[in-house]
Design a protein around this ligand. Structure first.
Ligand SMILES: [Zn+2]
Ligand SMILES: [Zn+2]
Length: 133
């Protein structure tokens, strides 16, 4: 049986769903994710774009770098996704899922930006950011 995953922004205007379990989920400690989420790091869930669809009104998009766009709700501001150009995957914010407790992060990215008091996810694989702007 395929579980249907759902999620939304805080106000409920932007809703989404996807059918297959996400390929992976990870912490991102880069400074761009920190600003985009307003938190000490982002937790992003990667899934195939072909599995993913908006069911409410779509989000607004912001070009956050020469290679990526970030989506957010234009009404309540919830950060919803990060998408690299020409990538078959979309990375959605774990906190926007209706059942975030069902996913556990399995890696760290952008560790050069990790705040020194962040001590979650010990022992997971770590990687530095490849692109710098
Ligand atoms: Zn909203
Ligand atoms: Zn990041």
């Amino acid at each position: 049986m395929v579980l249907r995953w759902t999620g939304s922004c805080l106000c409920g205007r932007c809703r989404y769903e996807f059918d297959n379990d996400p390929a992976r989920a990870g912490y991102c400690h880069c400074s761009m994710c920190r600003r985009a989420t307003g938190g000490p790091f982002a937790v992003l869930v990667q899934l195939s774009l072909s599995d993913f669809r908006w069911t409410g009104m779509g989000p607004s998009a912001y070009r956050s770098s020469p290679i990526a766009t970030r989506g957010f709700c234009p009404s309540c501001g919830t950060p919803l996704y990060l998408q690299y150009d020409d990538d078959p995957f979309i990375r959605i914010t774990l906190g926007s899922l209706d059942q975030p407790e069902k996913i556990h992060p399995n890696s760290h990215y952008g560790i050069e930006g990790r705040l020194d008091w962040v001590d979650c996810g010990a022992g997971l694989p770590e990687e530095e950011t490849k692109e710098r702007f």
